[in-house]
Design a protein around this ligand. Structure first.
Ligand code: SAM
Length: 396
């Protein structure tokens, strides 16, 4: 297998004071070497390695016993938004060279690989990007993926993450093709704030139209993702929470993450989950609830008055590496085993060179079983500067 440089994943960042992770043997000892002194809590089960996956079901365990359960599929590296925290306009301008069409996997290639991942234990497929709705004829791919069955004969959980800009036009055909649910990204209900955060002044009303269309099409549950960035949208937290609760939407606040290497991320720009929860709790009292399943990334809370729930995805201050069951397939057919990866494993070349399903299964299985990524637990000033692959490229 050809690796796109490096050793695959974020396994060897070599930050000051951190361990080099080589081979499949999990390290022991403290997991936070961060020079930031972020109050990071380690996630459990690093010591669980072996032939069974950590959730006890048949599956493919990695070097820490984490089963391969989720695949995020990036169908394009292009996006019509220029969110400064993801694809800042000054870096990704008119002249930026996105992937040439020939390098992008076809729907048939994506479906074949997704079928192989499914046979290895993947139960959830999330279509993403870039902006996935920017990919022409996306419902055709949805139809292919909806037809996949896992080894138990069950359909996969099929969902999609979108900025919502084209959802009004496409929600119906996506649902008919077999999409089950959708997550829409929206950082504020205030046009000025949302416009600054989407980088193109895209109006909130059009995203809300998309959410309404998704609801009418029967895509459920409907989720909303909100990235919170210091000095940008803290004042949007409560209005969004009230709105989502009233609309029956599942809202997740996401800590601003050091994904990629172009967004100029600084720890000072992160609003920690604890602060987001305190803002919510002061007006809408909360209590924690159990995760829906092992490996769920959002910490979930219910409103004490029984009016709904809200979540926080705290990759920076509460890393969930120990429960991470996600692989990512980029639009150009590279397999990444960590959102913060500096390198991945090329699947497109063997795919296009005529590899059999058995050969591709072996390749993917080998990558996953050697995986020892746990970037968020190792985050430090040194890891921040790594040439990490951009989120829009590897699939957010
Ligand atoms: N274009 C689609 C969208 O807007 O949802 C899918 C791709 S986008 C990369 C997926 C998610 O990643 C979005 O919810 C976005 O807000 C989030 N995201 C991007 N950069 C981020 C960052 N630096 N920190 C936290 N979340 C980020």
């Amino acid at each position: 297998m050809r690796h796109n440089g490096g050793t695959g994943g974020s396994g060897e960042p070599g930050p000051r004071g951190s361990r080099r992770l080589t081979g499949t043997r999990p390290p022991d000892g403290p997991v936070h070497d961060s020079v930031y002194h972020v109050p990071v809590e380690p996630t459990p089960d690093h010591a669980v390695a072996g032939s069974r996956s950590f959730d006890g079901r048949p599956g493919l365990p990695d070097g820490f016993g984490r089963a391969l359960r989720d695949l995020r599929i990036s169908v394009t590296d292009r996006c019509n938004f220029r969110c400064p925290y993801c694809m800042p306009a000054e870096v990704f301008g008119r002249d930026f060279a996105f992937l040439p069409r020939a390098q992008v996997l076809t729907f048939e290639e994506i479906s074949r690989l997704a079928g192989i991942f499914t046979s290895l234990g993947v139960r959830k497929l999330r279509i993403t990007g870039g902006e996935p709705l920017a990919r022409r004829d996306l419902p055709v791919l949805v139809g292919y993926l909806a037809a996949l069955r896992n080894p138990d004969g069950e359909a996969v959980d099929l969902t999609l993450t979108t900025n919502g800009s084209a959802l009004r036009a496409l929600a119906g055909s996506l649902a008919v093709a077999g999409l089950q649910r959708v997550t829409v990204s929206l950082d504020s209900l205030d046009d000025a704030v949302a416009g600054a955060m989407n980088g193109v002044d895209f109006p909130v009303a059009r995203v809300l139209d998309g959410i309404a269309a998704a609801r009418s099409a029967g895509l459920a549950p409907l989720k909303v993702n909100t990235v919170v960035r210091r000095g940008m949208n803290e004042a949007s937290i409560l209005p969004l929470a009230r709105w989502a609760r009233d609309e029956g939407l599942v809202l997740r606040f996401i800590e601003y993450m050091d994904v990629g290497h172009s967004n100029g991320w600084r720890l000072d720009d992160v609003v920690p989950a604890s602060e987001i929860l305190a803002i919510l709790d002061a007006e809408l009292p909360l209590e924690p609830i159990e995760p829906g399943y092992r490996g769920e990334v959002a910490g979930r809370y219910r409103y004490r008055d029984g009016s709904g729930e809200v979540g926080v995805i705290a990759s920076v201050t509460r890393p969930f590496c120990g429960d991470c069951t996600r692989a990512r397939l980029s639009a150009d057919g590279t397999l990444y085993t960590c959102l913060f990866a500096v390198a991945g494993s090329d699947l497109k070349t063997p795919l296009r060179d005529g590899a059999s399903d058995a050969e591709l299964t072996a390749l993917i299985g080998a990558v996953w079983s050697q995986r020892v990524d746990r970037y968020s637990e190792l985050r430090s000033a040194a890891t921040e500067r790594l040439p990490k692959v951009e989120m829009f490229a590897l699939g957010g």
